[in-house]
Design a protein around this ligand. Structure first.
Ligand code: F0G
Length: 354
């Protein structure tokens, strides 16, 4: 039978209320792409779970099909979220599909153009907040406590249920869980979902490597960051709503949460694109973290360094690439050299490429 989305495929494993009414854009079923050359360089069996190939270009669609299905089933008429962009686009699309009103709050001037365009195109009411994602999230939490508007941020438990399905798919593709799972952390819903998914599926447990941007790394620092800053605007978050759960996932899995610099993120984005996989900056954080940790493992043992090593040699490692490169095209057009211009003549072309 043709593929019909994650609720159809895995609904029996998801804790969704009976009143849910399935709203789907056939999300999920994303490829697990072998990264043979890069894996060889890093000494592991490497795969990318390319979540940028979901209907709105990010992993958020897995959680959103679940959250919107539940919200419409219980009679909600309006949904709201705070977002660094991808949740907004996803909520807008699924609300459109369901015939619901969608209101999305984004931090002013800090959302990549492909995400903002998506939210507008799908017909959401987009509101820019003069503040951070964390400020916007506080506002939507407050409003949903006083009105019947449904909150579709990952505080909503059905978002977590839907996002668990990525872990199920990885286990199905590999016939077991990988040894390591590397993924970016923003509001910490996704790491929470993967860990819950792996535990439930019982095909083994990976060690989790959660990666934050250095300018927005509250879980590494151990305290909230009031003014988070990073080029990876998707994860520009200083008070992750599910921070405690992210820390537990790292601890229980014998993994860790680390921070990487913006330069390391951009360099990882280029490396992935050089393998044919173009992802947005936040989505490259997992690779930046893997490179950092694998490098640490290769250094001669000095005090403390062995403990910090990734120990991924020969292991199955999955990088979760959460959003498509098309989400944030200006990062590339602004940081790369502009394409050369020639007259429309054969000689000019030949002279240029010879
Ligand atoms: N990668 C991308 C591309 C994201 O958009 C996000 C989160 C994350 C990683 C981090 O996931 O929050 O579950 O830890 N984006 C949210 C949004 C915050 O509003 O789109 P997380």
């Amino acid at each position: 039978m043709a593929y019909q989305g994650i609720i159809h495929r895995y609904g029996h494993l998801l804790d969704l209320p009976a009143h849910s009414k399935s709203i789907s854009l056939l999300e999920g079923n994303t490829p697990l792409i072998p990264m043979t050359r890069l894996g060889k360089d890093l000494g592991c069996e490497l795969y990318v779970k390319f979540e940028g190939l979901n209907p709105t270009g990010s992993f958020k669609d897995r959680g959103m099909t679940a959250a919107i299905s539940e919200a419409i089933g219980r009679g909600a008429e309006t949904v709201i979220c705070a977002s660094t962009g991808n949740t907004a686009a996803s909520a807008a699309a699924y609300a459109a599909r369901a015939g619901l009103r969608a209101i999305v709050l984004i931090p002013e001037g800090k959302v990549a153009v492909g995400k903002l365009a998506g939210a507008i195109a799908y017909g959401a009411e987009v509101i820019q907040v003069q503040g951070s994602f964390d400020d916007a999230l506080s506002l939507v939490v407050a409003i949903t406590q006083k009105t019947p508007i449904a909150l579709v941020n990952s505080i909503n438990p059905f978002r977590i249920e839907g996002q668990k399905t990525a872990a199920f798919e990885i286990c199905d593709d590999l016939s077991r869980a990988p040894d390591w799972l590397c993924l970016p952390i923003g509001n910490a819903g996704n790491i929470t979902s993967y860990w819950a998914g792996f535990k439930q599926y019982q095909k083994g447990l990976p060690r989790m490597l959660g990666v934050q941007a250095a300018g927005a790394a509250p879980l590494v620092l151990g305290y909230p960051v009031d003014k988070p800053e990073t080029i990876a605007t998707a994860i520009r978050i200083g008070r992750p709503a599910r921070g405690e759960q992210a820390l537990s996932a790292a601890q229980e899995s014998n993994g860790r949460i680390i921070a990487v610099s913006d330069d390391e993120i951009l360099s990882a984005q280029k490396i992935l694109a050089g393998e044919g996989v173009w992802v947005e900056p936040a989505s490259a954080a997992g690779l930046a973290g893997l490179i950092t940790e694998a490098g640490r493992g290769r250094r001669p043992a000095t005090e403390g360094s062995v403990e910090g090593s990734l120990d991924a040699k020969g292991k199955k490692v999955v990088l979760v690439c959460t959003g498509h490169g098309l989400k944030d095209p200006s990062i590339v057009t602004e940081t790369f050299e502009s394409p050369k211009i020639i007259p429309a003549s054969y000689d000019a072309l030949f002279g240029m490429i010879a």
